[in-house]
Design a binder for this molecule. Sequence first.
Ligand code: NAI
Ligand code: 13P
Length: 334
Amino acid sequence: MNIAILGAGAWGSALASSLAEHRPDHRVTLWGRDELQMTSIAQTHFNSAYLPSVRLSQALSFSSSLDKVIQTHAHENDLIIIATPLAALREMVEHVKRIGARALVLWLCKGLSRDSAQLPHQIVFDVLGATSACGVLSGPSFAQEVAQAKPCALTLASNSVRLNALFAQQLHHSALRIYHTHDVIGVELGGALKNVLAIAAGVCDGLSLGMNARAALLTRGVAEMLRLGQALGAQPATLTGLTGLGDLILTATGSLSRNRAVGLELAKGRSVGDITIQLGHVAEGALCAHAMARLAHQHGVDMPITQTVCALLDGMTPQLAVQQLLSREPTTES
Ligand SMILES: NC(=O)C1=CN([C@@H]2O[C@H](COP(=O)(O)OP(=O)(O)OC[C@H]3O[C@@H](n4cnc5c(N)ncnc54)[C@H](O)[C@@H]3O)[C@@H](O)[C@H]2O)C=CC1
Ligand SMILES: O=C(CO)COP(=O)(O)O
């Protein structure tokens, strides 16, 4: 199979390298928008800006021409994987449509659109139509570990049983286990909300509130996930599976997480603007927290932790945020 991965950040580079190395039956091309950077990666096989610690597979090809990459992956048996931040997802699928590519399309982005609070599949369906051959791949997967061929399990979601089986078959390898489901909403909601909750966990740990507090925060975070999931029609089992709870455990506790890092820095009283400039990577939770809170409000769902993250991003002091969260009226555990 010909596979094009669009987006040469940490995750696109890691997955591209992993597939090129472990699935020699595929031809994998990584596209990035920065020509100089792509030339350097092609020469050195190191992505010094986004994934500096890992040598990328020698079997991987590189390009900085989006038109050319999509044109050469336009056949219905080809696969285009979108690995940009969510903010660029619409632009990428519009490009696929403009060129008339009939390839299968997968996306790896996690989040909600900032203005419309749309989940990724809603953005894709707007452009390609709800019956297009496409799906989302998500789950607990720090790019660095995947690039180092450490074992990882992901979940793939699409509306089609045939596509699920096909995608899973084409992408799995000895270090990458792929489960599948038709619960696209559940997979995407878990992936978006876990980033917001990881910011909260970072603040909690940055303030040294203790392990009890962190366990309580994450458990109540899962309650928020389940409540909003129910309102949106997600399956609870998806939210407590790899792409929800699994990814929350990883992101909220793992030292490689950018969203957790945002929380750790917010706890020091720094502004989100300064933090994200220094981070140099996307932290989707900081970008979609307000959209998440709006979505919850539209559905009449109470999400105090998400609202607290919004207040922190808007400049509330961490001390006041904790005080407000803890001074809520006692209530049932639901
Ligand atoms: N890093 C990770 O471990 C994982 C990341 N993800 C998700 O994958 C997505 C991408 O994440 P990373 O690769 O880690 O981000 P990153 O911050 O490391 O890299 C982002 C890449 O996208 C490019 N980019 C930004 N705007 C673009 C645009 N308009 N058009 C084309 N390219 C553009 C940047 O130049 C950069 O190459 C995010 O939604 C993230 O939540 C999902 C699973 C794991
Ligand atoms: O989504 C991720 C792991 O599954 C990466 O999380 P961060 O964006 O917080 O690093």
